[in-house]
Design a protein around this ligand. Sequence first.
Ligand code: ATP
Ligand code: MG
Length: 379
Amino acid sequence: MVITSPVRFIPEEIERSIMFLELRPPDISELVDLVREEAPVLAPHSLDGAGEPLLEQLARALLGLTLDEAGYALRRALSANPCMGPDSIPYLLEEKRVLVSRSGVIDYVSDGTSLGEVGGLEGLKKWLIERQKLFQMRDQLTNEIVPKGLLMMGIPGCGKSLCVKAIASCFQLPLYRVDMIEIFSGRHGKAEGVFVEACKMMEEMAPAVLWFDEIEMGVTSAESGGEQGRIFAFFLTWMQEKTRGLFVAATANRIDLLPAEMIRKGRFDEVFFVDLPHDDERIDIFRIHLVRRGVDASQFNLANLVSFTVGWTGAEIEQCVVSAMTQARLADRDVTEEDLIKTSVKIVPLSRTMKEQINHIRSWAFERAVRASPNPTGR
Ligand SMILES: Nc1ncnc2c1ncn2[C@@H]1O[C@H](COP(=O)(O)OP(=O)(O)OP(=O)(O)O)[C@@H](O)[C@H]1O
Ligand SMILES: [Mg+2]
């Protein structure tokens, strides 16, 4: 007798007499076949000139979808672009975005920040470029060398979220964000079940970067017997055993809430501490934000701003650039270095108002994490 069902519910009395078979979504070779067979039916010349590598690239973008869903994704891509190529991939990924957003706890982040848009943090960037190489070779490497992920902790507004977005672009992978607050809201059922489901769903979406933002909101071992403790235990095992195609980027502010086991080597490949940017980094961040807004930064002597911005975060630098540009726009002229200096004296940095907390974060992190910037700030 064969019983098929979308949910697993087997009465206890017969549980031991039944063999349970879970049908997984199609694998890469099934998806390659699907693209090869379906695409020319939907649009006759859609695969003209497409070789095996492109077929595999397209199929990879469909991993995690059922055959029906993959079929919709193909139609979507072909209606936008009747000849399939690398440009079709975002359309294929769109179907996944719809699928994950249905879960209510995972979002697809489409922001394509590049590593070049992150100021400073050279140590972290160098590490990422190395990991990207290893990650690409993951199928030929032994388990302990395949990059699993990183944990970034640090002062709010210094670029943790920005870096996660840059990782996805650097690795050329889609980025999914797990919303810990939503998981614990109770709106989607019991947090434990929702968390486990989300992690499993993401394994089927691999390859991808998976971002746990403010991980300390969910994964603390404060009450080891309770739900949080069980989620934490699940997360630690999952980090060890998850598929190779997922790179986990976890970010945290309240690092002191994170249990020691989480930080111990082996769970994450590295734990980085993102500190307040030092002098050269602040100049770099000013330049990035001016250029991003179409200002020719070469006409500025940004070094003049260093002494006005001691203890500033990247977010405060951005705020300064935006306010200075707003002032200049109101006066109907281009922004000048004067505008930046005038604005800067009005900004009271978080590091001054929250001196205690920041010192606490720093002293805690210095012993437990690697600095994301190579040279210490000297403060
Ligand atoms: N190193 C940096 N280079 C360029 N821009 C930066 C940098 N750090 C911060 N910024 C700017 O500040 C904004 C806020 O930074 P981000 O959201 O990455 O901080 P965060 O560390 O994640 O903070 P939070 O802990 O509040 O989530 C960014 O969108 C970016 O524009
Ligand atoms: Mg953030």
